[in-house]
Design a protein. Structure first.
Length: 252
């Protein structure tokens, strides 16, 4: 499906209804789950970060993720939705991401993998046809650049210690398939087509996933981190398009 270059633009909550409003709320809910979960993971990481500098940075990131969550709360409220109710429907962060929140290597993999997957979705939302949401995402993405910079710095540091790097690689093998499945969802289907048609997103899920993996690949090559085998994706039912498989197979 090709992106629609001229979707109808909505500038106020009162302008949206029906299927469009439902889909908007579903996408925002997904982002809200991610922002609140990330706030929790970074919050917990203050305790297990190994150095003072990393503890302070974790605290700063937790505050930023909380601020991203608050932005969404205001947009929910404007749409007549109680953000507390949305929050109550969220699965526990650790369970959702198959994550041990008290382990620093887990958190570093989370930062490099899961948090960045969220950023690639936000890049789509920044150009969304629902302007009250899109206009809030520029500053969010600026924060996310800082989070990813730290994720990459951690990867580089771990790459220097073979024992820790092995742990990072093993966890990455486990966490990347979960991320593809949970952060991006199914690569095809009527919901995806609808989002692109009405401009809630500007690229297909296949394009967004490929952009995410290609960005990672540069840093992975530098540090000799490999993609998990395709069987790891199949095992948990993470669907991949042929073009996505090609990227994954290029760095085994
Ligand atoms: Fe965030
Ligand atoms: Fe983040």
């Amino acid at each position: 499906m090709n992106p629609n270059d001229n979707p109808t633009i909505y500038r106020a909550p009162s302008e949206v209804s029906g299927e469009y409003r439902d889909m908007l709320i579903r996408l925002m809910t997904r982002q809200f789950y991610a922002e609140t979960a990330t706030a929790e993971v970074f919050g917990r990481s203050v305790g297990c970060a190994p150095t003072l500098r990393e503890k302070l940075m974790a605290a700063e990131f937790a505050a930023e993720e909380a601020e991203h969550s608050e932005r969404l709360c205001r947009i929910f409220e404007d749409l007549g939705i109680d953000p507390d109710e949305v929050f109550r429907s969220r699965p526990p962060a650790a369970k959702f991401w198959d994550l041990d929140m008290d382990n620093w290597v887990h958190i570093a993999v989370f930062n490099f993998t899961v948090d960045r997957a969220g950023s690639h979705q936000i890049m789509e939302y920044m150009e969304s046809s629902y302007r009250p949401w899109a206009e809030q995402m520029g500053e969010v993405l600026e924060d996310e650049e800082g989070h990813y910079g730290n994720g990459v710095a951690n990867l580089r540091e771990f790459a220097r210690d073979p024992k820790v790097f092995k742990e990072f690689q093993d966890l990455y093998f486990r966490m990347l398939p979960v991320t593809i499945k949970r952060a991006f969802g199914r690569p095809t289907g009527p919901d995806n087509d609808y989002c692109v048609k009405v401009g809630l997103k500007r690229h297909t899920t296949e394009q967004v996933v490929n952009r995410y993996l290609t960005e990672m690949l540069g840093y992975m090559r530098e540090c000799k981190l490999k993609f998990p085998p395709l069987s790891a994706f199949e095992k948990i039912g993470a669907e991949l398009m042929p073009s996505t498989k090609e990227i994954i197979l290029s760095n085994q």
